[in-house]
Design a binder for this molecule. Sequence first.
Ligand code: GLV
Ligand code: GLV
Length: 319
Amino acid sequence: MKVFVTRKIPQAGLEILREHFEIDVFEGDSPISREELVTRASDCDGLLSLLTDTIDSEVMDEIGVKAIANYAVGYDNIDITAATQRKIPVTNTPGVLTDATADLTFALILSISRRIVESDKYLREGRWTGWDPILLLGGDFVGKTLGIIGLGRIGTAVAKRAKGFGMNIIYTDHHKKSIENELSARWVTFEELIVNSDYITIHIPHTTDTHHLIGKEELSKMKSTAYLINTSRGKIINEIELIEALKNRQITGAGLDVFYEEPDFNPELAKLDNVVIVPHIGSASFETRNKMAVMAAENLVEALKGEIPENIVNPEIYD
Ligand code: GLV
Ligand code: GLV
């Protein structure tokens, strides 16, 4: 059997694949084009895809693939309904990137609130004239309210960190989570979370239900002193409306790891000093990316052997 890997991933994953299959790896230094993916993968049984690859029904039919292992926890790049109709197992990489993503979330919370990037720039530009009682003042954490949208694995890991910072934690989710007592977190409605949070952080997948969950209306209800953090998927926020809100100082700031159209992020964002922007690096730690490679490779091996992979996203195909 042969598998196609759409981008160089850490060796540990490639080695596992090599033990079982003939492999072809795209060696380019930017995401593979749709055309090249279809051509290169057309004689392959398995596909190891990245979140940058759009795998829709047309691509599935053209390559006739038997299993897809996504190198990400999110899988909104894959048409799961189409895969399920075709009985193609799809897997993701949950769990192994939880801590790294929660760490990056906190890095953004701290960076935007304490104006780290702005301060660094200020110093490099030679503008510092001496210690100043009112220079570059930012937000506080102890006693402030962190609103977590989605208390899943990553949301929970963020809550644990927030507890250490002495924050008051509220969250919204489809239902109350039993872990809330341990985290001293309180379930609130989405509306209550928007209105009462000093920091809002998003930890849900992008679906048709969560598309543009945060836009003009929600931003106008947020505290003017609040910050919005997003390490999930860009399309959960209406980015144009967020840019307006940041320009008008309707909210104080935002920390963004994900964007509407990656990598072509809106240039208006780069002009604002009240936003910290990083290029989708939530899971970008050495150990995490290694673990993701091993997990995705193992998922693909299991799926192509006809076993139910541990991280199956569409288990109903085995019913
Ligand atoms: C990264 O965004 C992922 O979904 O793994
Ligand atoms: C993803 O891993 C989540 O459940 O937050």
